[in-house]
Ligand binder design. Structure first.
Ligand code: ATP
Length: 875
């Protein structure tokens, strides 16, 4: 029990110093002793379990039945080959599943919360798993509690404990309470913060009492594994498509079988053929290929600083046509420097801040004491706006802790982006001073006096207008403006609600936050590819517009709207107006939801960024919620689909580009596999309809389908991105996979592959007269023409010679391996026997390769026409 001890007792028992925290060495020792701070997760599937789960597929059952029947009929070689095919299929599936599971695990690790602890006297952000008993942990709004803490400090701290108690209303915490009764329910232990609960307001400091499975949540052993594997819309559609195709394929196979019976063919042989064809035609490998391509794509995105939290996001990214972005830190560098300050009635460079002037000193004390950042030689932590304010002090050799020595903070109202204000109450020798800083419009609403050179006067409308003018002048120069005010009190005993009332205005400071250099190009890229960039910021309208103009987001001031004006519009009015707006200034997180809704009402696919606790609803409402990895709170990250590890706008654009390429690659693999399957069906179906001998043996079909097909399909899935992918408008998410001529393309190529196979067969029959020789030629043409066809798939219009034959080395590898395997099967006597094939002559090889190349030639010619057509359309 920890709650019934005083904080001194806990500190003593856990041997910790609240000011210094643990030393790194001690923390390391404790980590070894207590283990990592995590809940033991459910046991993972072993590789054997994954392998056997691959075999639980109806198609595999059919194959196993076929193998058994073949064995009974004495066709041992057939049944061996079928078993080998089952085995290889299982191995390929296992590797695929293993890889994508590994990728998802790595992702989970990347997006686990971090904790702020005091170590060696400095504040550090470390992975939650490294937190050990005795650590001093800092909690602030938006952060998950990493372990069970006994609070030693709390400032209006509220914690949402629903994960533990089921109670969704945040409970107020108080470090100073001590209990003398052992039977206090968890929900009432006000001096404790429990692992996995969420700070929603205020600030607190606590000592880690227990970690990992020793925590309250660990005891309940409730798993936090929310991100169960989720199917993407495409995967769902594919699963449906596979079902339909499966039924069609079985119907065709049954038809082939019935026709063969009528034609009095060898029943057993035709039975196996029908089964093989069904296995070949049902695209059972598609979902696996899609998930591995998605997994590999997600890995690629990590390298570009985007962590995908939910798989469907990859597909949606490709369809995004509106990016709503925060300004500070995402479009700008978040490296603030104070350049100007204002006291009534003069605006001056910050270097002119003469500390012998009482008002100037008061302004400096205000911005340094009403401040949660820390600044020393070794580390700067906190909000960049606040660090910039501490740096003003450093410029004049004043450090925050020196000021704090004579003015202890006794109360505070933390900053939040709805109020846009922050206040502290500091205790001096004889009195107390409330320091408040924040957005000028919010601040003026709660001030009624002004300090002019040490004289307190009423804040008249005239003075207010002058202050607003100074603030607007700074904003027009793209400066971020903060105002400050104060009041003196005799006693600290006032309600929290009265702290921010009747204040005295002191002055303003203006800081620059330069735009990120690369962002301008990214915004231009977006424009060109039909994506609109929208700036959403808590900052002042003029500052926002100045930066938006510089970055190419907006051109006219009319395209800007402020939160106050937004409040005057109904959702319907906003929906009507939304298309003419590019910059939303002085907005609070609640407005963000309405903005997303308005854009979505026009059928747009919207991405929205966010970092604060209150941003969670808008991140959830958006099609793609993007959380900031550096400045984002755990809540924002938890609500998002994607996290930017560098908080950079350009990363969103790279992710969209990657998303488009991944979608295109998946489409290539799918269309490729389906056209190959169709080719196989056509070859057999036509031959049987025309009462020819069967051109392919069942095992040939299985071999081509399961061995030669899979490698090219996977290689297409990892095709290098098309550099011109951002020249096109975003994909319409409602559009089917087979839109834009893809279905005709698929059917024509299926017919082509089928026909080429039949030509090779008839030619073989005519020249050699033996069924086996002719079947071998058909077998080779079927597999080699498919291998060649995979190269056609790389771009619907661009010639393969323009893209570069060797630019996808995996595909080249797949081609070489495919042809090599085909060669081996035909030339190695043992295998040739199994497959019932004939060793082709050099002349035959030239013929079959030549005829297979027709797929490339015809497709290249078709592409010339397609290019001519699209050029004409452009003119
Ligand atoms: P964005 O939403 O683009 O990140 P932002 O950072 O400007 O914009 P907020 O952090 O919500 O948005 O800040 C809004 C306003 O609140 C700022 O313009 C500033 O005037 C004020 N402000 C920001 N940080 C603080 C702070 N730490 N203390 C007091 N006021 C602040």
């Amino acid at each position: 029990m920890w709650f019934d001890k005083t904080s001194e007792e806990v500190l003593k028992e856990l041997d910790t110093n609240p000011n210094e925290g643990l030393s790194s060495e001690e923390a390391k020792k404790r980590l070894e002793k207590y283990g990592e701070n995590k809940l033991s997760s459910k046991s993972k599937k072993t590789i054997f379990q994954i392998f056997f789960s691959q075999l639980k597929d109806p198609m595999i059952f059919i194959l196993i039945a076929a193998a058994i029947i073949s064995a009974f009929m004495g066709e041992i070689s057939d049944s061996i080959i079928i078993l080998v095919v089952i085995f290889i299929n299982g191995i390929v599936g296992t590797i695929q599943e293993f890889r994508s599971e590994k990728a998802m695990e790595a992702l989970k690790e990347l997006s686990t919360p971090k904790a702020v602890v005091k170590r060696d006297g400095d504040l550090k952000e470390i992975p939650s798993e490294e937190v050990v008993p005795g650590d001093i942990v800092i909690l602030d709004a938006g952060r998950y509690t990493p372990a069970d803490l006994r609070l030693i400090e709390s400032a209006n701290l509220k914690i949402e404990e629903s994960a533990l108690t089921g109670e969704s209303v945040p409970s107020s915490k108080d470090a100073s309470i001590s209990f003398h009764d052992e039977n206090i329910p968890l929900g009432d232990q006000k001096n404790m913060a429990f692992a996995s609960t969420l700070a929603t307001y205020g600030r607190g400091v606590g000592i880690v009492a227990s970690t990992g499975m020793d925590t309250e949540i660990g005891k309940i052993a409730r798993m936090l594994d929310e991100s169960e594997s989720e199917l993407t819309p495409l995967q769902k559609k594919l699963a449906e498509l596979s079902k339909i195709l499966g039924i069609v394929a079985i119907a065709i196979c049954a038809l082939i079988f019935i026709i063969s019976v009528i034609q009095k063919r060898d029943l057993f042989e035709m039975f196996l053929t029908a089964i093989s064809l069904a296995v070949a035609a049902i695209p059972e490998g598609l979902p696996a290929i899609v998930s591995i391509v998605l997994a590999i794509g997600v890995q690629r995105m990590i390298k570009e600083n985007a962590i995908i939290r939910k798989l469907p996001a990859v597909e949606t990214l490709g369809a995004v046509n509106i990016i709503c972005s925060d300004k500070t830190g995402t479009l700008t560098q978040n490296k603030m420097t104070v350049t100007k300050f204002y006291t009534y009635d003069s605006l001056k460079p910050i270097n002119d801040l003469d500390l012998s002037n009482g008002s100037y000193k008061l302004l400096l004390d205000n911005i340094m004491l009403c401040n949660d950042a820390t600044y020393n030689e070794n580390s700067k932590t906190g909000d960049p706006t606040e660090i910039a304010l501490l740096e003003v002090g450093v410029k004049f050799n004043i450090l925050k802790n020196e000021l704090e020595a004579s003015s202890v903070r006794v109360n505070e109202v933390p900053f939040d982006s709805d109020r846009k204000l922050m206040s502290t109450m500091n205790k001096y020798d004889k009195n107390y001073i409330v320091y408040t800083k924040g957005a000028i419009d919010s601040l003026l609403k709660i001030t009624n006096k002004i300090n002019i050179d040490g004289h307190i006067q009423d804040l008249t409308e005239d003075i207010k207008t002058k202050i607003m003018k100074a603030s607007n002048d700074m904003s027009d120069d793209a400066l971020r403006v903060l105002g400050s005010a104060y009041k003196e009190l005799d006693s600290s005993d006032i309600p929290v609600g009265d702290i921010e009332k009747d204040l005295i205005f002191i002055g303003l400071v203006g800081m620059i936050d330069p735009p990120r250099l690369e962002v301008k190009d990214s915004i231009a890229t977006c424009k060109q590819s039909g994506i609109r960039t929208i700036m959403i910021t808590g900052d002042h309208k003029n500052t926002a517009f100045a930066i938006a103009k510089e970055l190419g987001i907006a051109e006219n001031y009319d395209e800007t709207i402020s939160g106050t004006d937004l409040d005057k519009l109904s959702q319907d009015e906003l929906n009507t107006k939304i298309d003419s707006l590019k910059v939303f200034a002085r907005v609070s997180p609640e407005h963000k939801v309405n903005i997303v809704k308005a854009f979505k009402s026009k059928g747009n696919i919207v991405s929205m960024t966010g970092d604060g606790v209150n941003d969670a609803p808008s991140l959830k409402t958006a099609d793609i919620g993007v959380a900031m990895g550096i400045t984002g709170t755990d809540v924002a990250k938890g609500a998002s689909d994607m996290i930017l590890t560098d908080d950079n706008f350009s990363t969103i654009v790279s992710a969209i580009k990657e998303g488009r390429n991944i979608f295109n690659n998946i489409k290539k693999s799918i269309i490729f596999l389906l056209s190959c399957n169709l080719g196989e069906i056509i070859a057999l179906f036509v031959a049987i309809l025309l009462n020819w001998d069967t051109p392919l043996k069942p095992i040939h079909i299985l071999w081509v389908n399961l061995i030669t097909d899979t490698l090219p399909a996977l290689s297409l899935g990892v095709d290098p991105g098309d550099e011109n992918v951002m020249d096109n408008p975003p994909r319409n998410p409602k559009e089917s996979l087979f839109a834009g001529g893809s279905s005709i393309y698929l059917i024509l190529n299926g017919i082509l592959i089928g026909v080429l196979t039949l030509i090779a067969f008839r030619y073989g029959e005519k020249v050699y007269g033996t069924g086996e020789h002719a079947q071998t030629m058909a077998f080779v043409v079927l597999s080699v023409s498919q291998l060649f066809h995979s190269f056609n798939m790389r771009h619907p219009k661009k010639s393969i010679f323009k893209i570069g034959i060797f630019s996808n080395k995996y595909l080249v590898g797949a081609l070489i391996v495919g042809i090599f395997l085909q060669y081996i099967v035909i030339t190695v006597p043992f295998l040739a026997n199994l497959f019932n094939v004939f060793n082709l002559t050099i002349y035959d090889w030239t013929f079959v390769i030549g005829i297979s190349l027709i797929t490339i030639v015809l497709n290249e010619i078709a592409k010339i026409f397609m290019r001519m057509k699209s050029n004409k359309q452009q003119i």
